[in-house]
Design a protein around this ligand. Structure first.
Ligand code: PLP
Length: 400
């Protein structure tokens, strides 16, 4: 669907048509996003917020329009609750630092799940080490679904925050967040949602979810690299101290003391990536034009087709069998190292990811060191799934 919007998909790799199945790592960009970046540099480039001159005001309007665009996309109550960052990782580090500074003390606990990306694991581990707090880890079932009893057993009066992914980048599991957030809130604990793998693939409404924080990256939703989003409820953001200091985040600076700017600028020190924000807004426009529900339906069809085709390959095991799953398939084939499989598939023009996928605790949970992962986006086709399946068959024959 809409393949013609993505010029790079016409590439040849190793003399074969590119089959790009590494979308969970980053998505390709539609021409409209690429052109928007050029247009901004050609016609709208000046530093935002500070200037009285035309171009600065023009750039500021576009940049703040992008913030409102993000607000609408995830249905946040106010654009003041949208903080621009470099990506999911920086958004989580911001919360870990700032929320941790305000609310965490020795003896407190933070809960994550074993299926988290390192970005939603290591910042919390480091924070706990700094504060003398304890990191508790929710287990999963063998099929890759979250173990709710494990979560319930870990929630206690010591818990200060639960950090959980909406969609696993390895297993594809979509966690039932509405129920989880309701239960965690009943214990009086806020929830941070890692939306890196969910916002590009399903409709996410932060008010319906009632999450306290949501983070995601522009580059995984057809937008540019280096731009990401932190949504936070105002009641938390107001109480949290700045993460970085510098220009833009201040209200007044004297030799003795600095007071801070209002939301969202309190958390946006320095010149923001105002070209990135506008290009991200264009990517969100693009997704809306195609329709997120259509994208989800198309990807579900590809997932179901790929799952049935891959299951027919002898010796192939899929990791992650949740009934509610995003378009990510991780697998291993008996007798084939994932790295070798990835290298040889690349010879056939097929781009998949191999390794631990920045989820070492999850690999340890399954007693493996890595998998091969194919992940689909709106532009992938059944024919590409067929090419993948033929490729795996051929490579497995060579490696065994
Ligand atoms: N969380 C999840 C679930 C991811 O899949 C990723 C990237 O793969 C990240 C966080 C980190 O995203 P970024 O590298 O864009 O900060």
């Amino acid at each position: 669907m809409n393949r013609e919007d993505f010029p790079i998909l016409d590439s040849q790799v190793n003399g074969r048509p590119l089959v790009y199945l590494d979308n969970a790592a980053t998505t390709q960009k539609p021409l409209s996003v690429i052109e928007k970046i050029t247009e901004c540099y050609l016609h709208h480039n000046a530093n935002v917020h500070r200037g009285v001159h035309f171009l600065s005001q023009d750039a500021t309007e576009l940049h703040e329009g992008a913030r409102r665009r993000v607000q609408r996309f995830i249905n946040a109550g106010s654009s003041d609750e949208i903080i621009f960052t470099r990506g999911t990782t920086e958004s989580i580090n911001l919360v870990a630092y700032s929320f941790g500074e305000a609310f965490l003390k020795a003896g407190d606990e933070i809960i994550v799940s074993v299926m988290e990306h390192h970005s939603n694991f290591v910042p919390w581990q480091l924070l706990c080490e700094r504060k003398g707090a304890r990191l508790r880890v929710v287990d999963i079932h063998d099929d890759g679904t979250l173990d709710m009893d494990s979560l319930r057993s870990l929630l206690s009066e010591h818990t200060r925050l639960v950090c959980i992914t909406q969609t696993s980048n390895v297993l594809g599991t979509v966690n039932p967040l509405e129920g989880i957030i309701r239960e965690v809130h009943q214990a009086g604990v806020p929830v941070l949602v890692d939306g890196a793998q969910s916002v590009p693939h399903l409709r996410v409404d932060v008010q319906a979810l009632d999450c306290d924080f949501l983070v995601f990256s522009g580059h995984k939703i057809y937008g540019p690299t280096g731009i990401g989003v932190l949504y936070g409820k105002r009641k938390w953001l107001d109480l949290m101290p700045p993460y970085q200091a510098g220009g833009e985040m201040i209200e007044k600076v004297t030799l003795e003391k600095t007071t801070f700017n209002v939301l969202p600028y309190k958390f946006e020190a320095g010149t923001p990536d105002f070209i990135g924000t506008v290009a991200l807004a264009e990517a969100l426009d693009y997704v809306d034009r195609v329709g997120i529900d259509r994208i989800a339906a198309h990807e579900k069809e590809l997932l179901d087709y790929a799952t049935s085709q891959l299951n027919a390959i002898s010796g192939l095991k899929i990791y992650g069998e949740s009934a509610h799953k995003a378009s990510v398939i991780s697998f291993l084939v008996d007798g084939c190292h994932p790295y070798d499989m990835g290298l040889l598939l690349d010879q056939l023009g097929i781009a998949v990811r191999t390794g631990h996928h920045c989820a070492d605790p999850l690999m340890q949970r399954f007693g493996i060191t890595g998998t091969v992962r194919a992940s689909f986006a709106l532009y992938n086709t059944r024919e590409e799934v067929d090419t993948l399946v033929r490729g795996i068959d051929r490579v497995a024959g060579m490696l065994r």
